[in-house]
Design a protein around this ligand. Structure first.
Ligand code: PEP
Ligand code: MN
Length: 357
């Protein structure tokens, strides 16, 4: 159930409604919107009686949410969620299309710095790179662990990039929460409900990738798990699903983007790297993703893809990433959106709070 407050309701009135909800042992999720605040109620087993809340001061109406997901839904929050970051003007979900780029895995300081410098110069505001890699084979490169996170923190410091990196279990999630700016939950963990709940108690935004066989509803319910624990900064990401097609690693389901945008206020990104598995398809599908209205891209770029420890075949050469950025920037403009400009000297683009060299 959803309590919609009047446009002019005071913060005190919103607080009083939340307290009333909590006095029944339920959880109140207050979501301020552009025109009014809505308060989602979770934790109730059965149906609630709307009359209990309808008469409280400042309440406009009480609505039953028709979908199984509530906090994720546009019924609760009409306007798009925009994720913001301290000491940075980068956003995810606003008019700027967010670009997250970097290698599949952090392999060394030299590799991460070489990638960071190039993607920052090309205009990416976010850096990706796994320190914990969920690999099909236990014998494949598993990531550098905490050392990888330390290198990522240095990349942030050096190039002013915000860090997106994956957590694979509770232990790594606590560390990723400490070092990174966005916690990635990978496709293989999309229905790891205990990990989703843990991410819901983290302090950083969560980038949730669609499971490789997940329906739209399953995907949104996974996001609901995170939000139900109180973390409302969730970003969704389409990364391809398994089909019979074998010309690509997965099949990129671009129709998911408008489908999500219809039902949910959360930003939705596209990963053209894992969805295709092939370098030559990354740029065309990045163009398509921006054209379809994605709020951002997450792209693998490696300074030396031929010797990458993971996902070399789908990683772009830095020069290819430069061209991709030029192209998607033009497409974004047609849609009234933008992509950050190239930066001649990314070392100068430090976080506002960071000390100068
Ligand atoms: C990744 O982005 O590094 C990754 C492992 O992706 P996915 O979970 O989509 O396979
Ligand atoms: Mn990868």
């Amino acid at each position: 159930m959803l309590v919609v407050m009047k446009a002019n309701a005071s913060e005190e009135q919103v607080r009083a409604v939340c307290q009333k909800i909590e006095s029944f042992g339920y959880r109140a999720h207050s979501m301020p919107g552009a025109t009014r605040t809505a308060i989602g109620i979770t934790g109730n087993r059965g149906e609630l009686e709307p009359g209990t809340f309808e008469e409280l001061v400042g309440v406009q109406e009480v609505i039953r949410v028709s979908k199984p997901y509530k906090l994720v839904s546009r019924e609760l929050k009409e306007d798009d969620t925009i994720i913001r970051f301290p000491d940075s003007d980068a956003t995810i979900g606003g008019t700027e299309v967010a670009v997250i780029a970097g290698p599949c895995g952090v392999e060394s300081r030299e590799q991460a710095f070489a990638a960071g410098e190039r993607v920052a110069k090309a205009g990416a505001r976010f850096f990706r790179g796994g320190a914990y890699k969920p690999r099909t084979s236990p014998y494949a490169f598993q990531g550098l662990g905490e050392l990888g996170l330390q290198i990522l923190a240095e990349v942030r410091e050096r190039f002013g990039l915000l860090i997106v990196t994956e957590a694979v279990d509770h232990e790594s999630l606590a560390l990723v929460d400490q070092y990174a700016d966005v916690i990635q939950i990978g496709a293989r963990n999309m229905q790891n409900f205990s990990l989703l709940k843990r991410a819901g108690r983290a302090s950083k935004p969560v980038l949730l990738k669609r499971g490789m066989s997940a329906t739209l509803e399953e995907f949104l319910m996974a996001a609901e798990y995170i939000m139900s624990e109180g973390n409302y900064n969730v970003v969704l990401c389409e990364r391809g699903v398994r089909t019979f097609a074998d010309h690509t690693r997965n099949t990129l389901d671009l129709s998911l983007v408008p489908a999500v945008q219809r039902l949910s206020h959360l930003p939705i990104l596209v990963d053209p790297s894992h969805s295709t598995g092939k370098r030559n398809k990354v740029t065309p599908l990045s163009r398509a993703a921006v054209a379809v209205g994605a709020d951002g891209l997450i792209i693998e770029v490696h300074p030396d893809p031929d010797n990458a420890l993971s996902d070399g075949n789908q990683s772009l050469y830095p020069d290819q990433f430069d061209s991709l950025m030029v192209e998607v920037r033009q497409i974004a403009q047609v849609l009234g959106r933008s992509i950050a400009d190239p930066v001649a000297n990314p070392k100068a683009r430090r976080h506002a709070g960071a000390a100068a060299d």
